[in-house]
Design a protein around this ligand. Structure first.
Ligand code: PEP
Ligand code: MG
Length: 748
């Protein structure tokens, strides 16, 4: 960078810095800014429009347009040239504004006499904050240098908006991080939480966007980039020894960006125009985020994400704001993250009141862990990582999938009423904890809980569950970074059995594949993973892990009773082969002199429709069957359980599905096979009631559902519900839900 490079824009930034440091109130400061920009650019007009709400821009300050229009002129995003800049996030530079596409005449501003128009979006890290406009009578296009200079100014304005430098007048001027925000999300784990924000990756705050000495800033940038390159190289070296190719690819992309000349050059130029090193990094990051919102190609999006992560690292190096900011975790933390891995989540233990993720998916491992820990979790919370600041008050309504950030008193009041009602219901459930789930007409349903981690087990005693109806052993595998050893597994299973204090625990052998991918196992690309090489199919084709698991289970039982269940059995031969593995493991253990289980039950999950029609021999061979409704339903309706577009399309109470389940109940009754249901539907009170009504005598669900399910069963006549379902079917209704709900209303 040559000395004296773009002195005009640096001078302008110097004047902006003085304004920022002045004692002036928000509006005065803003007015002053429009004045100095117009003066320095030699234009008659300079205006600043800021978002009043998501869709509306408001003229907040102007030099040159009529003063009366300030805080009066508003436009919707996309409306007029200003609205176009805001909507697209791109610059409009025209010599003849009145004939430009989208021009809208606003008489109150008196702007028709201005011919040239340059509009620059004011945005920060993907957040649209407003539009900066200069206009002049002379019909000319603004030069590339002028455009660039004004972009730097817009960046500084974005920082000032962020820092609340314009607070004081009108809602449009409220500091961004003081406003109340409501975000609609997807629920991954129900429940409500009231607490304060704890950012998994704290935001880097740039307090000094403008710098006096570009040489010093350039030096700082170079040193920081060097440090960054070294750390990326180190990460690459250690990843190369680990052999994780996907991770390596990400790091290769990091290295490519870290060494990118274009990236460096643009930041150097911005510094030359007067930005501080961190503001220059952030400007590039904002541009990358803006591109990210437009790119649909998943590969490119990923690369832009990489660049974003890299910029964050660079910002942390420059500002010294590491992950450890010295901030103290609130006593009621609600974790905010873009995404989080299961192991990182487990590190927080049960300190967290709730979790809000900007990305994530319902079937993600983090969601599984959150479910195990019974922490409310919502995902797809748009912009939450940029909106939330450490310590902000936040409410999660996991039932409706809503997040209230910095809620006002009315929202807090309504929310706390809801929490109080739920607490009352909890008291009611606690009072029936030791009573059986016996219906009004005397039918008893045994209720068990689903678990998968040691963290789940404390719920066993408190929830009133009779035992663990489904222990998903794969969760332990998923949250580790390497394949567990047999001794480790055996110790874990022993802890589970100890915690169960003699209650029955149904250990399901490893159910991986489909959405559950072990980080340390080679992934294979499959066209339809849900229909692919998963669960028992993997277990039988590569029996090493299954054998280790069976051995670990037998050792953990240590001469006590043991119950094993195989997932995803689709035909008799699979069960026979899996059962043979158990027999072999028993024989091996006997030879080694280990005590054998006092009682051994070996069952299967019924998750594919094929199994419902298996031969009588199959039903007689298994000790018990458990319907995995999550998978069974997705195959019955051919609707992917992970696909948001179809996930909720088919009702569990659809009469076809209920008839199908009734058929399974009948076959089990004929063959005297113990039967239970352990999919998510078993934990939904209305669904659970209907399952009980059609003959399921054992249900396994998440612990928090046991109270509500038991309470409803105890209040209801199951034979009557069964008749309601049958009548609905005879009337030709597609789903029994409406009829059952009507019936329950008459009973309450
Ligand atoms: C099911 O499919 O219903 C089930 C309980 O197993 P998972 O959800 O672990 O696939
Ligand atoms: Mg399943």
């Amino acid at each position: 960078m040559a000395d004296g490079f773009e002195p005009e824009s640096r001078k302008l930034l110097g004047r902006l810095r003085d304004t920022m440091a002045s004692e002036a109130a928000g509006q005065e400061r803003l007015d002053h800014i429009t004045h100095i920009i117009a003066d320095s650019m030699g234009t008659e007009v300079c205006s600043i429009y800021l978002f009043r709400d998501e869709d509306t821009l408001e003229l907040c300050a102007t030099e040159g347009l009529k003063a009366e229009a300030v805080h009066e002129t508003r436009m919707r995003i996309g409306e007029g040239l200003v609205g176009r800049v805001a909507r697209t996030g791109t610059i409009v530079n025209t010599a003849d504004a009145p004939s430009a596409k989208g021009f809208r005449y606003m008489p109150e501003t008196g702007e028709e006499i201005y011919s040239s128009f340059l509009g620059i979006p004011i945005q920060r890290l993907g957040d649209k904050l407003g539009v900066l406009v200069v206009q002049s009578k002379q019909a000319r296009e603004f030069s590339a240098d002028e455009v660039y200079g004004l972009e730097v100014v817009a960046m500084v304005l974005a920082e000032m908006t962020e820092l609340g430098k314009f607070v004081g007048e009108g809602e449009a001027m409220a500091a961004r991080h003081q406003q109340q925000v409501e975000i609609h999300c997807t629920t991954a784990q129900e429940g409500v939480a009231d607490g304060h924000v704890w950012l998994h990756e704290p935001r880097v705050v740039v307090t000094n966007p403008i710098a006096e000495d570009p040489h010093r800033e350039l030096k700082r940038l170079k040193e920081a980039v060097d440090t960054l390159r070294v750390s990326v190289d180190e990460m690459l070296n250690s990843a190369a020894t680990g052999g994780d190719t996907e991770h390596l690819q990400v790091l290769e992309a990091y290295r490519m960006f870290a060494n990118s000349k274009g990236w460096m050059r643009r930041m150097e130029e911005d510094i030359g125009r007067g930005l501080s090193a961190e503001a220059a990094v952030e400007k590039e990051q904002s541009a990358a985020r803006a591109r990210m919102s437009q790119v649909t190609d998943p590969y490119l999006r990923e690369r832009l994400h990489d660049l974003d992560d890299l910029s964050n690292r660079l910002l942390r190096i420059l500002t010294g704001q590491g992950k450890e900011t010295g901030a103290e975790m609130p006593h009621d933390p609600i974790l905010i993250a873009r995404n989080i891995g299961p192991a990182e989540l487990l590190d927080y233990g049960n300190k967290l009141r709730g979790i809000v993720l900007e990305e994530g998916s319902v079937g993600s491992h983090a969601a599984i862990v959150a479910r195990a820990l019974a922490i409310p979790l919502v995902i797809h919370a748009s912009q939450i990582t940029t909106e939330a600041l450490n310590g902000d008050h936040i409410l999660i309504d996991g039932d409706t999938g809503t997040v209230h950030l910095r809620p006002d008193e009315t929202v807090v009041g309504a929310f706390r009423d809801k929490m109080a009602m739920q607490a009352k219901a909890q008291e009611r459930y606690a009072s029936i904890r030791d009573l059986p789930a016996t219906s009004k007409d005397g039918q008893t349903v045994s209720l068990h809980m689903n678990a998968g981690l040691l963290a789940d087990l404390p719920s066993l005693l408190g929830s009133g569950a009779e035992g663990v109806g489904l222990f998903r052993t794969e969760l332990q595998f998923l949250v580790q970074s390497k394949m567990p050893q047999r001794a480790e597994l055996s110790a874990q299973y022993q802890r589970v059995l100890n915690a169960a204090q003699g209650r029955r625990v149904v250990f399901r052998t490893l159910d991986i594949g489909s959405d559950k991918v072990l980080p340390y196992m080679k992934t294979i690309d499959e066209p339809n993973p849900a229909l692919g090489w998963r669960a028992i199919r993997v277990g039988l084709d590569k029996p090493g892990v299954l054998r280790m698991q069976l051995q670990a289970l037998i050792r953990a039982a240590n001469g006590g009773p043991l119950t094993v269940m195989f997932p995803f059995i689709a035909q008799l031969s699979e069960f026979t082969a899996a059962r043979a593995e158990v027999d072999k493991a028993m024989e091996r253990e006997r030879r080694l002199g280990h005590p054998l289980p006092s009682k051994l039950e070996v069952g299967a999950m019924l998750e594919t429709p094929s199994l419902a029609f298996a031969s009588k021999k199959f039903f007689k061979d298994v000790h018990f069957l458990s319907v995995g409704g999550n998978d069974l339903k997705q195959f019955f309706f051919a609707a992917d359980r992970e696909n948001e577009l179809v996930r909720r399309r088919y009702d569990t109470l659809n009469v076809s599905f209920l008839s199908f389940l009734e058929g399974i109940v009948e076959r089990c009754a004929d063959t005297d096979t113990a039967l239970s249901f352990c999919g998510e539907d078993a934990g939904r009170p209305i669904e659970a009631l209907c399952l009980a009504a059609i003959g399921f005598r054992s249900l396994s669900m998440r612990p928090a559902s046991i109270g509500p399910v038991k309470s409803l069963i105890r209040r209801t006549d199951l034979s009557a519900v069964r008749k309601v379902i049958w009548d609905a079917r005879h009337r030709g209704e597609q789903s029994a839900r409406a009829a059952v709900m009507d019936y329950l209303r008459t009973q309450s």
